[in-house]
Ligand binder design. Sequence first.
Ligand code: NAI
Length: 711
Amino acid sequence: MNELVTVSRQDTVAVITVNNPPVNALSPGVPEGMAASVEAAEKDGSVRAIVLIGGGKTFIAGADIKELEDAASGRGSGGPHLHGLLARIEDCSKPVIMAIHGTALGGGLEVAMAGHYRVASPDAQVGQPEVNLGIIPGAEGTQRLPRLAGIAAAVDLCVSGRLIRASEARDLGLLDRIIEGDLLAGAVAFAREAATRGGPHPKTRERSDKLGSAQTNAPIFAAGKEQARKTRRNMTAPLRAVEAIEAAATLPFEEGCRKEREIVRGCLASDQCRALIHAFFAERAVSKIPDVPKETPAAAMRQAAIIGAGTMGGGIAMALANAGISVVLKDTDQAALDRGLATIRKNYEGSVKKGRFSQAVMDQRMALIRPQLSYDGLESADLIIEAVFENMALKKQIFAQLDRIAKPACVLASNTSTLDIDQIAASTSRPHMVIGLHFFSPAHVMRLLEIVRGKATGKEVIATAMALAKTLRKVGVLVGNCWGFVGNRMMLPYMREAQFLVEEGATPQQVDQALYDWGMAMGIFAVDDMGGIDVQWRVRQEHGEEPGLRRPLVLDQLYDMGRLGQKTGAGWYRYDENRKAIPDPEIAALIENTAREAGIRRRTIGNDEIIERCIYIMINEGARILEEGHALRASDIDTVYLAGYGFPAYRGGPMWYADTVGLDKIYRRIEQFHREHGEQWKPAPLLKRLAEAGGTFASLDESRKESVAVH
Ligand code: NAI
């Protein structure tokens, strides 16, 4: 009907194929093409049944998110309007069979549910993941899904946004048949059977047998809202999805659809939706590096080695083995090596127990990891990642040694969290092969990978690191070589400001609760205790104190007391045997005494001030990082914080959040804090300029699209 939708014939069955690669999104032209194809097939007397299928690797995987973005920012037509298409399909007098492979997501599943029948390949997946973008299913999905799968399943799928496999979808009533082997052939056979059986063919919207009663539904809705509040803290869309499903249970179909549309409009106009769409595109933008074009060749990574089998070395070994890369895990200390391997085994056993993968998969992965004390075999490695103690002299010594052993094409990476990559590279004869690969703990779980570009790092090495991140299913963000790179550099002032707040009168638990309620995954003192007070203490020792800057007074005392955090059972909090944090009166007294001795006036501190001081100080540092060229885009900083630091996605990341508050407002507050609290609040010049010009970080990104380089 147009090149996006084509029609072919298998004798009396019309086969409508959607061809909009890569994921057959519902871009302009696709719904129109489908509607016209169905109409033509219905009119064609020689057609008895219709099969709708996706070309390429998937069925329709959802809406075109660019269109959603336009709708959320008040541009465009408000996204695809599928009502006409869905009615055309459902009202077709000939049976319409949806043939699903790959994924049928969002609008894709909504189209499928308007068909009279659905068949799928065994490995197909379906879902309504709209909540991840701050909206609800907006093409009658909240009305048809409960009619097909029941109220409880609809609530679960719309609140969680999770994908389900074909077998589960069949058990729920979403699919009529799973087709082993050739999907199209199976779908055509199904279509012939349906045509032979004759109509009327079931219209989803006319069904009510699964809609339950007020009594049976009330607890399901209550549980759904509870699930939303717990798993999607502070988010509006999942709660509103439940509301839309409530409408399905209580109102006639058309009225339910009206209610759904009204809710979608509200969601689209929300800050949360805009922030989540920003986060979606920000994560995809990280791979655009102006001076390292897409065509830059990336080397294949088959064999890797890791130096240091500690916390990070072990986690990185798992991340690599999980992607099928073989790893030599080298340490100097047999006991450390044994401990490292035991931890890996324990982690894998845990996953097998939870059913994440089979024992056979675990055995395969374990077999890929070879622990050893020597450097044997490292000469054939494509990649060596150093993860020894955070000590420059030691790292230099190791890189000098690797330089002697590794083949010329081997990428030499350091997992350092703060140290200078150029200095490390200078201890080799090939600084162009040296790069930072900053993993986050636990390295086999956390999605973020900061890729640190040294002065001499080669473009192919950067391309290789970016490709490796993809292979490991991580989000690789290219950052510059400055102290702490992007993530930790912004984290340090944040941690310190939180400590100043408690010196001035707040408690660690008040600060943590305020941050948690605001949306952070964890409070900052809990983060301190998890990472280890000694780690922070060591960072301070290496980094030193900048003259003229206020110093936190309590952390060093915790270190001296041996309160190193969770690992010693006490830090800012005490920990019970289940690692539950318990506020400790001893800490409250320590803070009070320390503040009194230092002559700090204590006062009641409100939660708003806590949030402003913790978040704005990060934003100010982020602006400095941007100005210095240590991040390519403000949106890259957002991605670092969303993928690695537990920043709430519905706030879009620190820089996006700053835009939503208004840079002018933030700048004025920072100026005020500067007057009241000292030099750590010196406003970043870029922030000042943008605030005075009425700009945003997003507009800055837009204006610098092709012209920036990270260094
Ligand atoms: P760790 O103390 O758990 O492990 C270090 C390991 O290196 C030990 O097993 C030690 O025996 C081994 N080692 C020491 N000298 C060696 C040598 N010459 N050759 C081979 N192995 C040697 O330390 P962790 O926490 O794993 O940190 C490693 C690196 O990763 C550091 O640079 C750290 O800054 C960085 N990092 C740490 C994170 C964390 O959360 N722990 C997060 C991101 C980076």
